[in-house]
Design a protein around this ligand. Structure first.
Ligand SMILES: NC(=O)c1ccc[n+]([C@@H]2O[C@H](COP(=O)([O-])OP(=O)(O)OC[C@H]3O[C@@H](n4cnc5c(N)ncnc54)[C@H](OP(=O)(O)O)[C@@H]3O)[C@@H](O)[C@H]2O)c1
Length: 316
């Protein structure tokens, strides 16, 4: 497997990142350990989580995903061979939110504790925080890197204008810069990234990771009509938005390429993202070993220029 560099950082990662928002939600600890084991056994090393996962589950408080990953790394003794991303800033309740320096300093300690590690490879601002000057957040990150608690930083869901401002501040202050943008991007949802962010990140060598890479499971092809929504109690209810003429045309093209390649639609959807210049790794989550084994096989799938053009045309 050919590893890829994130931006100008020293982080070398597998071309697939395992999403952690299912841990403590649609995958309990036992299922999560099995998914993580299968992912690591495939040779992949890149894992994504956030302090807020999976706080939306009744009874959860946030941090469940980090805690499961931390317990798993401890049990397997494999921390050093993994690249772990986590995020700060989402609302955890009781005033715990945002990107203020004092809060970031406190939040990182909580993430480190749950992850049972003394460093985070890649630490991201989860959302823009209009109430905190960028300079304050970047200064807080610079101190965390200086202290060895964080290796590199990035952001998710920031605009190109905000990243431009952030990179200018980092350059002016001599601070580490954002090396990663994590953004919503997949074969169905293209415009948000391709309009402006893609050019900006490529020009500035910011490595991109895509989330909802499978459109929450839709691009696996398991939802073809409303009757299929029961196939996932966690995700099925949200599938109606994708089931339009364009969504069905995308599934049709995925089916055709998948059949020619002896692959699955999910693998083709991920391989299409992996082939996109500037995109370091799609992030996808899995709730079972069978799913994760399906997904990691995408790292060995090479699409032809013709396949990419066909998928591109139908999803444009
Ligand atoms: N930065 C952000 O703001 C942000 C936002 C959202 C997500 N993320 C990150 O991105 C990751 C990926 O997003 P996501 O997990 O929400 O969506 P996704 O990767 O597009 O979809 C994953 C879901 O698809 C289903 N699936 C996976 N493999 C499959 C297969 N081989 N066959 C059939 N179904 C399959 C599973 O759900 P079922 O088993 O329930 O069907 C799985 O949980 C998250 O885990 C998180 O780390 C970041």
């Amino acid at each position: 497997m050919q590893f890829r560099r994130i931006g100008r950082s020293d982080l070398l990662v597998s071309p697939l990142c395992l999403g952690g928002n299912v841990f403590g939600w649609s995958a309990d600890e036992k299922a999560s350990f099995a998914v993580l084991d299968a992912f690591a056994a495939s040779g992949c090393n890149f894992i994504d989580t956030a302090d807020v996962y999976s706080s939306w589950v009744p009874g959860n408080r946030g941090g469940e995903s980090e805690a499961i990953i931390g317990a798993w790394m401890k049990a397997r003794g494999n921390r050093a061979r993994l690249v772990v991303t986590t995020k700060v800033g989402s609302d955890l309740g009781e005033g715990r939110k945002g990107l203020g320096a004092a809060y970031v300093a406190q939040a990182v300690e909580a993430s480190l504790k749950r992850l049972q590690t003394d460093y985070i490879d890649l630490y991201l601002s989860h959302w823009e925080d209009p109430e905190t000057p960028l300079e304050e957040t970047l200064g807080a990150y610079a101190r965390l890197i200086e202290a060895g608690k964080v290796r590199f930083i990035g952001n998710s869901n920031h605009s190109a204008a905000t990243m431009r401002e952030a990179l200018a501040i980092s350059a002016r202050q001599g601070w580490p810069r954002f090396e990663n943008l994590q953004t919503h991007y997949n074969l169905y949802d293209r415009a948000g990234y391709e309009t402006e962010l893609e050019d900006y990140c490529r020009q500035n060598e910011i490595g991109v990771t895509s989330y909802f890479s499978l459109a929450k499971g839709f691009l696996s092809g398991k939802y073809r009509s409303a009757a299929d929504f029961t196939k996932s109690s966690a995700r099925g209810g949200g599938m109606a938005t994708y089931l339009d003429a364009r969504g069905l045309a995308i599934l049709d093209a995925l089916d055709r390429v998948a059949k020619e390649k002896g692959a699955s639609p999910a693998q083709v959807a991920l391989a299409w993202l992996m082939a996109r210049p500037g995109l370091v790794a799609p992030i996808a989550s899995a709730t079972s070993v069978a799913q994760v084994q399906d997904l990691v096989a995408a790292t060995a799938l090479v699409l032809s220029g013709e396949d990419i053009a066909r998928l591109g045309a139908v999803s444009a």
